[in-house]
Write a protein that binds this ligand. Structure first.
Ligand SMILES: [Zn+2]
Length: 290
């Protein structure tokens, strides 16, 4: 009888110990690293009719996306904040998100900026320096340097480089690769009086020459595209992952997508659909359409 009770207590103690171990392990894993999603937009258009949903969204839907993120507790952060965090120099809000817009469309100035400003959500615009202020020879007008300065000065928008020509970098000769990275950086720094430290590869296309030229030019981080998940301290600085947002998603669906991605489930959808979207993403954007 005594022996049985002793055994029972022994077994109970073992179970309590095991439960504690599981609890402690889970807790330490949960606080290991912050997962930072980066989301990607392009142009903002009045109607989605006839538009490529990978690069187009209406002002109302963009506002719904930003509002849904804010309501879900997300804070828009800059790449400086992310870089400082990764390098041990600063903390991050509980639910950080980096909002990016590529190419430098005038619609970013007209629609995205006022929406972001009213919600207090910071965002980064990656511009193509050869088309700043362009209204001809491009699919849609692009904002001017003056407008870029205005957005920068509001403290909401961070302007960074998306190359000078928006051509495919792997197809260029060595000198052109260096020029794309250095000239765009120089023009942003000259025109905006700030340091340009972040680069987004046109079409997400890069090669070894581009990676070393970017590093030599002084870029701290570089972004790809596609739907490959979140970023942590372990993500390579030259290959940050971004989530391309389709223009027909509702605000609620966008917030869910970001939440699912942070949980480790890009797009919250079956693997084969993610693959399909990734392939389409790589091929749909052509140099002419930006
Ligand atoms: Zn682009």
């Amino acid at each position: 009888m005594r022996k049985t009770a002793g055994n029972a207590i022994g077994i109970l103690s073992a179970i309590v110990l095991a439960v504690n171990l599981v609890f402690v392990t889970t807790k330490s894993e949960g606080t290991a690293d912050v997962r930072v999603p980066v989301i990607l937009y392009h142009n903002i258009v009045d109607s989605l009719a006839g538009q490529d949903l990978l690069v187009s969204i209406t002002p109302d839907t963009f506002r719904a996306h930003m509002t849904a993120l804010k309501n879900a507790g997300y804070t828009g952060i800059t790449f400086d904040e992310y870089y400082d965090y990764v390098n041990g120099g600063g903390g991050l809000p509980e639910k950080p998100v980096i909002i990016t817009l590529d190419d430098g469309y005038l619609s970013n100035y007209q629609y995205a900026w006022p929406i972001l400003r009213s919600l207090g959500m910071k965002a980064t615009i990656f511009i193509v320096t050869s088309t700043v202020g362009a209204s001809t020879g491009v699919s849609y007008p692009h904002f001017t340097w003056e407008q870029a300065r205005e957005m920068e000065q509001s403290g909401v928008i961070d302007i960074q480089s998306h190359s000078h020509s928006h051509e495919e970098i792997p197809a260029m000769d060595d000198a052109a690769v260096v020029r794309e990275l250095r000239l765009s950086k120089y023009l942003i720094e000259e025109n905006l009086g700030k340091e340009c430290r972040y680069f987004a590869y046109p079409y997400g296309m890069y090669d070894e020459r581009a990676l070393s030229a970017a590093s030599a030019a002084g870029y701290r981080l570089q972004c790809l595209l596609g739907n490959s998940g979140y970023n942590t301290k372990d993500t390579p600085a030259e290959k940050l992952r971004r989530i391309t947002v389709w223009g027909d998603r509702s605000g609620e669906s966008l917030a869910e997508l970001v939440e699912e991605t942070v949980r480790g489930n890009p797009f919250g959808e079956p693997e084969e659909i993610v693959q399909e979207e990734f392939v389409q993403d790589e091929t749909e954007e052509s140099p002419g359409s930006e």
